[in-house]
Design a protein around this ligand. Structure first.
Ligand code: NAD
Ligand code: UFG
Length: 332
């Protein structure tokens, strides 16, 4: 059975993926610097799965410590979630983003090469498509054009680095998973999205409004060319996303595989507010604000490649995600 190193494993998507990996019997170690997550996540994983991953508090930028880790442990596969992900912050602190995400990944790849680990699954993003004109994103579309922020550029650059590495090393097996908009949490309500600091994604902000930590949600624009004027996104339940990772492990082969992980359906910001209100039974305070720079009116996944080749598709809905979010809110 494969032994997997999960970078960013105490984070939101990594922790949910570990639960699904345990269900399939994989062994897991976590590497995380805890910049955006808490060590208590490991207790929650243990409570849910009865198993606790090995944990290494290491920064991707610390090559020496990573080298030690790979020297001591033989991994079959790396799932690489670790990275900074705040789009707005990346505009203000580009060097931090390029160093952490790009240099950090180069360190990881050097360690993998040195210690003969030849499989990597990378957390990429729909953002790599830039602004292709067509809102339905297909894996064959050109990437990298029209990227407006350093965060998105790091995802594109890392994809390109991984493709080049796979060209240079015929043993290397790379999977690029392009996530759409992950929401929700484990149905136990124990684990959820709990970022350190001020969030900028929609769901964590809705959660903070519900908790009374933020006065109201600002909806960024209601004059888009969409049915209710607010932006449309493809929201994917994080448990479905986690299962997508597991479905690809057995399908890996030398070279690069690329999959969109999304539902293929869209929901507007106002519909998200209504769905949250339905689950909570309470009104959510919001106001209509100016458009946010860089937002597209609409984009969603063509998930047919993942369905065809991995036998994976989303099973959970936005309403399921809202109910699970409520459980997490009531638990925390
Ligand atoms: P997260 O912030 O919850 O998890 C990322 C984890 O990586 C955190 O625990 C953080 O402490 C750790 N980390 C960051 N820099 C590190 C470093 N230099 N060394 C070691 N650990 C480090 O984020 P998430 O939502 O779970 O996202 C996981 C991955 O998926 C990220 O790469 C993100 O860019 C990507 N992604 C996320 C979304 C989303 O909306 N959540 C969408 C598309 C892609
Ligand atoms: N939104 C608001 N108010 C807020 C926050 C968000 O109205 O306070 C709206 C946005 O305008 C957008 C929608 O809610 O229409 C979703 O916004 P998010 O910030 O949650 O997500 P994005 O679609 O902007 O970004 C996501 C990922 C990024 C990725 C990008 C493109 O979070 O990592 O998709 O793939 F880069």
């Amino acid at each position: 059975m494969e032994r997997i190193l999960v970078t960013g494993g105490t984070g939101y998507i990594g922790s949910h993926t570990i639960i699904e990996l345990y269900k399939k019997g994989y062994e897991v170690d976590v590497l995380d610097n805890l910049f955006n997550s808490k060590i208590e996540v490991l207790d929650k994983i243990e409570k849910i799965c009865g198993k606790r991953p090995g944990f290494y508090k290491i920064d991707l930028c610390d090559y020496g410590k990573m080298d030690e880790l790979f020297k001591k442990n033989q991994y079959d596969l790396v799932m690489h979630f670790a990275g900074l992900k705040a789009v707005g912050e990346s505009v203000e602190k580009p060097l931090e983003y390029y160093e952490n995400n790009v240099s950090g990944t180069i360190n990881l790849l050097k360690c993998m090469q040195k210690h003969n680990v030849n499989k990597i699954i990378f957390s990429s993003s729909a953002t790599v498509y830039g602004d292709p004109g067509d809102p339905k994103y297909v894996e064959t579309m050109e990437t990298g054009r029209g990227l407006t922020n350093p965060y998105g550029k790091t995802k594109y650059m890392i994809e390109e680095i991984l493709k080049d590495c796979a060209k240079a090393d015929s043993n290397l097996q790379v999977v690029l998973l392009r996530y759409f908009n992950p929401i929700g949490n484990h149905p136990s309500g124990l684990l959820g999205e709990d970022p350190n600091g001020i969030p900028n994604n929609l769901m964590p902000i809705i959660m903070k409004v519900a908790r009374g930590e933020i006065k109201e949600l600002s909806i960024y624009g209601d004059d888009y060319p969409t049915p209710d004027g607010t932006c449309l996104r493809d929201y994917i339940h994080v448990v479905d996303l986690a299962k997508g990772h597991v479905s690809v492990v057995d399908k890996m082969e030398p070279g690069v595989l690329i999959y969109n992980l999304g539902s293929g359906r869209t929901t507007s910001v106002l519909e998200m507010v209504r769905a949250f209100e339905k689950a909570s039974g309470e009104k959510l305070a919001y106001k209509i604000a100016e458009r946010r720079d860089g937002d597209l009116a609409e984009f969603y996944a063509d998930p047919s490649k993942a369905m065809r080749e991995l036998g994976w598709e989303t099973e959970l809905t936005v309403d399921d995600a809202m109910e699970d979010t409520l459980k997490f809110l009531n638990n925390s």
